[in-house]
Design a protein around this ligand. Structure first.
Ligand code: LLP
Length: 420
């Protein structure tokens, strides 16, 4: 459930008409609903609490906006970060260092050092050498790094190939068969408290089965590690829960996920950690856009909107579906294509779709754009960087300004030798 609903025939974000935001801020613009974020955060926390002691870290990559992060910090969420930049954001948003987990297959030495200096809660190690370096950096500082080994359980998540991470062919995690040996070698190192294991098998999962298979493998690994005398106190189960992008989608609910986790992890006696991203943020945001033209097409008309693939890359990158809806629907529909202005054939949001009838100057939204939306935006075609607005009740505020093409151009220069 989200808070983007029609009231008197007009689409609102909570108690704010989207048309008012378009007028004040311009389009395209991302609009997030605080009440939806809060609701998703509470539902997720309550769902996993069925499994006992838990720690929930929002996967910041899904939506790193400081306003959004502050909402989640207020809900008691920590953060899952994958770069120094995300680490700084988590801290700036008010998340406690001890609640931050550092994931990522390519952490630099400087990023590892930053994590130690900030005193973050956990590092999820991707390879043995990273553990050795982290231990050295920690020992040199006279501190102990809390860490887990991220393993690759070789499970097919059954999702889009480009967002699968838990198969042997993927770059993420270390082979589960080698985990025990690597654990044996890293655990004694000074500066390191290797306290558990982590995994994340993919995103937008439509079934609990692959998750259950992966968690079961992890449970066996925990047993093996304990059998060798290792104290396992933490298991990080990652993120990945899918969301409905269209009416007929029926992903498992957080509650079903929590019940499965409780069943599979029964008796593990660890703190379970989670890194949800999409399930918290996706349906808490829309991309608000204006229709520029309705261009007659050879097969169907082309609705050309002012948002484009540089603002929302998911359709071009993963063939994703985002519902398209008029802000003031007339009740009539038409079959059309929806596309942005960028000069790429992949800059198409919808093909041959039955949509609300719209005309030039109307407003519309691409729904479910709160996760992996603005954060993946670029300035391709020298377009401005898309702004973001946070709504709460009848209030709204710009939480990321539009960055104009001129501002980006100002960071560029012509070399001296070409100026003569
Ligand atoms: N933890 C780790 C280690 C991850 O790599 C990810 C996502 C998450 C947690 C959060 O997963 P979620 O709960 O959001 O599924 N840009 C793509 C999604 C990439 C996901 C990358 N990793 C998209 O727009 O679909």
């Amino acid at each position: 459930m989200d808070h983007f609903q029609l009231k008197n025939g007009e689409l609102y974000a909570e108690d704010v008409p989207l048309a008012r935001i378009a007028e004040a801020v311009g389009t395209p613009v991302y609009v997030y609903s605080t009440a939806t974020l809060q609701r998703h955060a509470r539902v997720f926390k309550a769902a996993v609490a069925q499994a006992g002691r838990t720690h929930v870290a929002f996967a910041i990559k899904a939506n790193p906006n400081l306003g959004v992060l502050r909402v989640l910090a207020n809900e008691g969420f920590g953060a899952d970060v994958v770069s120094g930049g995300e680490l700084k954001r988590a801290l700036a948003a008010g998340m406690a260092a001890k609640d931050i987990v550092f994931s990522g297959v390519g952490k630099t030495r400087a990023e590892l050092a930053m994590g130690l200096d900030e005193g973050i809660g956990q590092f999820n190690l991707e390879l043995e050498e990273e553990g050795v370096v982290l231990a050295q950096l920690a020992a040199a500082r006279g501190v102990t790094a809390q860490a887990t080994l991220r393993v690759n359980p070789n499970v097919d998540a059954g999702t889009h190939d480009k967002i699968s991470t838990g198969k042997a062919e993927n770059k993420f995690g270390l082979p589960i068969d080698e985990a025990v040996e690597i654990f044996d070698r890293l655990a004694p190192l000074e500066g390191l408290n290797l306290r558990g294991v982590a995994l994340h098998i993919g995103s937008q999962l439509q079934s609990l089965d692959p998750l259950e298979a992966a968690f079961t493998r992890i449970g066996k690994l925990v047993e093996q590690l304990r059998g060798r005398g290792h104290a396992i106190t933490h298991v990080d189960l990652g993120g990945g829960l899918g969301v409905p992008y269209r009416a007929e989608d029926n992903p498992p609910s957080p509650d079903e996920f929590g019940a499965m986790v409780a069943r599979v992890t029964k008796g593990w006696d660890v703190e379970l950690m989670f890194e949800p991203g999409r399930v918290i943020a996706a349906n808490a945001g829309v991309l608000l856009t204006e229709i520029l033209w309705v261009k007659p097409g050879v097969i169907q008309p082309w609705v050309i909107v002012d948002a484009a693939m540089n603002d929302l890359a998911r359709v071009a990158m993963y063939d994703a579906w985002h519902d398209f809806a008029a802000v003031r629907p007339s009740g009539e529909t038409m079959t059309a294509n929806v596309a942005g202005p960028v000069c790429e054939s992949s800059d198409v949001f919808a093909k041959a779709r039955v949509i609300d009838v719209v005309k030039s100057g109307d407003l519309a939204v691409l729904r479910s754009a709160g996760a992996y939306g603005a954060t993946m935006a670029s300035t391709y075609n020298s377009r401005a960087l898309v702004p973001e607005v946070l709504v709460s009740g009848d209030r709204f505020e710009v939480v990321a300004g539009r960055i104009a093409a001129e501002t980006i151009m100002a960071a560029e220069g012509v070399p001296e030798w070409l100026k003569q």
